[in-house]
Each structure stands twice: as structure tokens, then as C-alpha cells.
Design a protein around this ligand. Structure first.
Ligand code: AHR
Length: 501
């Protein structure tokens, strides 16, 4: 098929906030124990954190990491996770029916996060706890000293405050599965009062109000409209979460799911702006898309663990092994968020290690390895910094089982003015036809093609493993420029990174 695109340096969407390349570590499965933390591992540092896993995270260049949950946070007592190791309790962890030994807690995690070049996005428990506990943990983390909780931190060996800037007011409080699940009125009031109190302690923090757990929640979008009427003046972001899966084995329909994500974002923006108008406010609420990914391969195994084998330490849960087509959808979801760079200011690929993750470790301390989805995320994080430009594209469209007018090619250009580079991320989501794309780049005088990297595979269901990188990017010479016009071949079912400078 034939596709046309115009990329112009004046067609700007917005400056990209690098925090859209954030990720997430929850105390769940083998994310922490046997994932980032494994004192017996040959690469472990003096605190027990794996060096090889840190290196892979640095390769992804993740600016912010959400912690400690997820569903986990809604029954978490943060006090259990600090202080001398031998005094920390073993607890029943109710969200995932596991045993939590608290060998890694908020201090160790914060230190580790800085070591991998990231900041912490901390979540407070608004499920089984409330305002007082949220204030206490904030005082512990961010207050300098001379108060009960800041002195407690100092007595634990952390003289300097952690200065954690970003805080989530609970997690998925609209979900009936959530410990301490709330109605929108209940959550709106609690989040409002918690936010007010927290900002008294530290006015420099940024707060995230819980949005809907997915586009299909029965309370969406009333949840946003009602809760934001309470929290609007006190918070900076509303959260969005979304996972997709190819349960029906219909690849074209699966790859069209990023269109649903786009609709979800547009509706949340509209709802935020509706509340803004109602309040006659000048303030604009931004989006923290703090859980997104493909998640479905492990569902049956996970149910078996929680139903038939509960109360294990670090059981292998949510260990989705990602296919090549999953990597294409991850690429499409990244493009979708970049197209909304004016409102989506933070995002967290859920999650980072072992649990629905780009990075896996072999059980019991073997190798660390890269899943298929590692690559599109790495490319976007590496080259998707600067200004998102409007993708003006004409492309063939088709219908799939549950989607209409699905574009064959989805793309977004990013202009890195400082480096004098433009990167075009493009997915050909047709699984039948290659695309010939011409890109008018005449506003970028003298630019040459630096490289065209592609992720493709004949087998849409191909997966990687500890000693098998069947799905890995390669360089092509499928893009040439002449007189400011780029001609690119985008093979069917492919993720493309075309760099010019
Ligand atoms: O990321 C896995 C889980 O998905 C999180 O704990 C929860 O917030 C969401 O439902």
C-alpha cells in the first residue's frame, strides 16, 4: 500500500516529558525478590541488588519508577518495611495472597532507584488506611528532621530526606478487587482530604488522583467526573491504566487496540476539561498513564496460584512471555501516548522485572534476559525525547472484528532540536501488506537518513528466552532521502525507527 506523511518542524504537539518512559516495580511475584534483589546472585552488589538487572534497566533509561504497588499498596503498612532487617515482620499479603518478608523496603528501594538513574513515584495506601498514614510516610520520606517520623528515618541510617516528588493517592480505587475499594464519592472525599494534608507537609510534591482502571470499567467516565470535582484543586494528575490481550487469537483486531487507548485518553482529557469548566478553573489536569502493557498470557497460571497455592514467598506470578505481536502493540501504545504529549506527562510500563515485564530473570538466580517488548520501549525512551510533532498521514484503512477505520500505518515524529535529529516511530499494523511510505521532510533542510532500525519476525507468536533473542532489532537500508523527500519501505507487521539528522 501507499502511505504519505508530512513532517514539519512547525507542526508541534508539545515538549515530551521524559517521565512518559517510566516503569513500575510492585511487591508482587518475583519482581523484587529474585528479580531486582537476589543477594546470592553473582552480580549482586553489597545491598543484594543484581548488577546485571540494573544494567538492563539503565539500558531502558527509565526516569521514574512507581512503587510499591499496584494492588499491593492497598493493604501495605509501610512501617513494616523500614528499620532493622531482623525486626521486620513477615506478613500475609492480601492482594496477591503471598507472604511478604519485608527484606526490601522503601529505604532500600529508594536508594536502588537512584542507583539506576530514576526517581520514585510513591503510592500511599488509601485502601485499608487513610490520611494519617499518608501523612506519616510523607513526613518519614521528605521532612528534614526533628519530628517523630523524620527522626525515625534518620535513626534507620538515612540522614538526608528522600525528597520523593510524585505521590499516587491510592491505586485503582474504582476496582471491586481492590482492598478497601471505594465508591466515587468515598474516594473523591478521601483523596481530597489526603491531598490537602500532604501538601501542608510538603507543598513541593505532585499528586496523582486515581482514575479508572480501564476504559471498560462500568463507572468510567463518571468516576473521573465525580472524583475530580473533589480533588481538582489539590492534585496535578489523574491516573489511567490499561492492559490488552489477544485472547481471541485475532492479530489485526489486537493491534487495533491502541485506537481504544487513544479514545480512552481523549475521553479522560474531555472529562478533566469538563470539570475545569465547571469549576471556572485556570488549572489543567495532566495524565499519568501509570499502568500500561499487554497482559493476558499468565492469567490462568496466576489464578491457579492464588486459588490453589496461596501464601508463597515470591511465587512466579504474572510472568507473561511476550510474543512478537505483543511488541508491535507496545510500540503502537507508545506512539499513541506520544501523540498526546501535551496531556500525558507521565506513564509507567507495567511492570519492569519478571512481572508483565520487559526484563526477565531465570528462576533461582540464572540469567537476565530481554523480552520482545524490551525493544520498542528502549527505542522510544532513547530517541523519543524532544518535541512530539503532528503526524499528518494519509494511509489505507481497514475494519477488524471489533474496530472500524483502522489505519494501516501509525507513526509519530519526534524532533530533538538540541541534537539536530528527527526520529520517526512507525508501525505497519497490516499483517498482509508492506507499505511504501513517502515522507515530506523539506522543512528539515539538509537532513540525511542516519539509520532505519526495524523489529520484525515471520512468526507473530515468536518469543525470546534467556539464550534466544529471536525477536531483536536490526538495521535496514529501507529508507532513502532525496530532495527532502524520504522513501521508506515499512514491511508488513513491523516496528520501525527512522532517524534523520
Ligand atoms: O500491574 C499489575 C496489577 O494491575 C496492579 O497491581 C494493579 O494496579 C492492576 O490491576
Amino acid at each position: 500500500s501507499k502511505v504519505k506523511m508530512v513532517v514539519d518542524k512547525e507542526f508541534r504537539i508539545a515538549e515530551i516529558d521524559e517521565r512518559i518512559y517510566g516503569s513500575f516495580i510492585e511487591h508482587l511475584g518475583r519482581a523484587v525478590y529474585d528479580g531486582i534483589y537476589s543477594p546470592e546472585h553473582e552480580t549482586a552488589d553489597e545491598h543484594g541488588f543484581r548488577g546485571d538487572v540494573k544494567d538492563l534497566i539503565r539500558e531502558l533509561n527509565v526516569p521514574i519508577i512507581r512503587y510499591p504497588g499496584g494492588n499491593f499498596v492497598s493493604s501495605f503498612n509501610w512501617e513494616d518495611s523500614v528499620g532493622p532487617l531482623n525486626e521486620r515482620p513477615r506478613r500475609l499479603e492480601l492482594a496477591w495472597k503471598s507472604i511478604e518478608e519485608n527484606k526490601v523496603g522503601l529505604n532500600e528501594f529508594t536508594k536502588w532507584t537512584r542507583d539506576v538513574g530514576s526517581d520514585v513515584m510513591m503510592a500511599v495506601n488509601l485502601g485499608t488506611r487513610g490520611i494519617a498514614d499518608a501523612c506519616n510516610i510523607l513526613e518519614y520520606c521528605n521532612h528534614k528532621g526533628n519530628t517523630k517520623y523524620s527522626d525515625l528515618r534518620i535513626s534507620h541510617g538515612y540522614k538526608e530526606p528522600h525528597n520523593i516528588k510524585t505521590w499516587c493517592l491510592g491505586n485503582e480505587m474504582d476496582g471491586p478487587w481492590q482492598l478497601g475499594h471505594k465508591t466515587m464519592e468515598e474516594y473523591g472525599r478521601l483523596a481530597e482530604e489526603t491531598a490537602r494534608a500532604m501538601k501542608l507537609i510538603d507543598p513541593t510534591i505532585e499528586l496523582v488522583s486515581c482514575g479508572s482502571s480501564s476504559l471498560t470499567m462500568p463507572t468510567f467516565p463518571d468516576w473521573e467526573a465525580v472524583t475530580l470535582q473533589h480533588t481538582y484543586d489539590h492534585v496535578d494528575y489523574v491516573s489511567m491504566h490499561q492492559y490488552y490481550g489477544n485472547q481471541k487469537g485475532d492479530t489485526e483486531d489486537f493491534l487495533a487496540c491502541s485506537d481504544d487507548m487513544d479514545e480512552f485518553i481523549r475521553t479522560v482529557i474531555a472529562t478533566c476539561d469538563y470539570v475545569k469548566a465547571k469549576k471556572r478553573s485556570k488549572k489543567e489536569i495532566k495524565i499519568s498513564f501509570d499502568e500500561w502493557n499487554v497482559w493476558y498470557h499468565s492469567n490462568a497460571a496466576d489464578n491457579d496460584i492464588t486459588e490453589n497455592h496461596p501464601w508463597q514467598i515470591a511465587p512466579p506470578m504474572l510472568e507473561d512471555i511476550y510474543t512478537f505481536e505483543d511488541a508491535l502493540l507496545v510500540g503502537l501504545m507508545l506512539i499513541t501516548m506520544l501523540k498526546h504529549a501535551d496531556r500525558v506527562k507521565m506513564a509507567c510500563l507495567a511492570q519492569l522485572v519478571n512481572v508483565i515485564a520487559p526484563i526477565m530473570t531465570e528462576a533461582g538466580g540464572g540469567a537476565a534476559w530481554k523480552q520482545t517488548i524490551f525493544y520498542p520501549f528502549m527505542h522510544a525512551s532513547k530517541y523519543g525525547r524532544g518535541t512530539a510533532l503532528l503526524p499528518v498521514i494519509s494511509t489505507p484503512k481497514f475494519d477488524t472484528a471489533t474496530h472500524a477505520n483502522v489505519t494501516a500505518v501509525e507513526a509519530v515524529p519526534v524532533y530533538n532540536e538540541e541534537k539536530g535529529e528527527v526520529t520517526i516511530f512507525a508501525v505497519n499494523r497490516s499483517i498482509k501488506e508492506d507499505a511504501e511510505m513517502t515522507i515530506d521532510m523539506r522543512s528539515f533542510e539538509g537532513y540525511q537518513v542516519l539509520e532505519h532500525t526495524v523489529l520484525e519476525c515471520d512468526d507473530l507468536q515468536a518469543v525470546n528466552g534467556p539464550f534466544n533473542q529471536k525477536v531483536a532489532p536490526k538495521e535496514t537500508s529501507q529508507s532513502v532521502i532525496d530532495g527532502g523527500i524520504v522513501t521508506s519501505k515499512l514491511n508488513k507487521a513491523s516496528w520501525n525507527v527512522i532517524r534523520l539528522g
